[in-house]
Design a protein around this ligand. Structure first.
Ligand SMILES: [Zn+2]
Ligand SMILES: [Zn+2]
Length: 291
């Protein structure tokens, strides 16, 4: 099960929706995408905390996406964090942080790794190019495919013994009297959950190609009907819906809502005309994806 927490769903200037921050919780891994100003306070207010975060992806170096990061890391240091943290992001991210750390006399007592991707036994996080006005990336979070035993099939054949199931899982043949069970006959591949977060972007092919068939697409939806949205490197909500439709996403969350909209339901209405599985996440709400 994966829980996607919409910590901050606004964009640009601080507003009641908060600034971009998306927390993914999966057993064994907490990953944060973007850390706008106020992110650590919002994580504290939501009761989620931040010490367990192992990976942080920063989409780009505009202040509304990154100004919460130095404070977050410095607080982790203050609380004597020892676990390594992996940071993914644009090329200037390391210099930006080192400069702030130097000027604020902070020396992390935990290791900070700057990488292009993250991978462990269960999960892979990669970045993809988005279409914004500066170097900018989105992130694709993917659970790896798992091999599972088809317990239902075994049960239907009268096999309930967990020892036999375990042997088959280990790839071993099992003989029960004259019956021979071949592991391949009872193994099923289980596709992992895939979630994409775009950060700031105009609708573009690079994003569509990178997020195909995701279970959840979290896409820039800054404006309702701003003619210059694409020139600003942003999307109208309808653009986000078209990207979701063309990339065959299962669900679409509209984020990075401009503070100019007190009520964002018109943005959702526009998106729903194109893609009926769009939603407007409330700040601090979460979305659960079960496998
Ligand atoms: Zn932004
Ligand atoms: Zn931006």
């Amino acid at each position: 099960m994966i829980k996607v927490y919409f910590i901050g769903t606004g964009g640009g200037a601080p507003n009641k929706r908060g600034l971009p921050a998306l927390l993914l919780q999966r057993e064994g891994l907490y990953a944060l995408f973007d850390a706008g100003e106020g992110t650590q306070q919002r994580l504290i207010d939501s009761g989620l905390g931040f010490m367990k975060i192992r990976v942080i992806g920063i989409s780009h170096l505009h202040g509304d996406h990154v100004l919460g990061l130095p404070g977050l890391l410095e607080t982790m240091g203050m609380y004597s964090r020892r676990d390594k943290i992996t940071l993914l992001g644009p090329s200037g991210l390391k210099d930006f942080l080192l400069e702030v750390f130097s000027r604020t006399h902070f020396q992390p007592n935990f290791s900070i790794e700057f990488r292009d991707s993250y991978e462990d036994a269960d999960v892979r996080i990669t970045k993809f190019k988005t279409c914004h006005v500066i170097e900018s990336y989105g992130f694709l979070f993917e659970e790896k495919e798992r091999i599972k035993i088809d317990a239902e099939k075994l049960r239907s054949e009268g096999v309930n013994d967990w020892k036999i199931i375990r042997l088959l899982k280990e790839g071993k043949r099992v003989e029960i009297g004259t019956k021979v069970l071949i592991p391949e006959d009872y193994l099923v591949k289980k596709k992992g959950v895939r979630i994409a977060y775009t950060g700031d972007t105009a609708p573009c092919a690079s994003v569509i190609n990178s997020v195909r068939d995701v279970d959840l697409l979290v896409h820039d939806s800054t404006f309702l009907d701003e003619k210059e949205a694409h020139d600003y490197g942003h999307s109208n909500s309808k653009d986000a819906a078209e990207v979701a439709l063309r990339s065959n996403a299962k669900r679409l969350a509209l984020i990075h809502i401009s503070p100019r909209y007190d009520d964002a339901t018109p943005l959702l209405k526009e998106a729903l005309k194109v893609f009926e599985k769009a939603f407007l996440p409330e700040p601090f709400s979460y979305y659960v994806i079960r496998d």
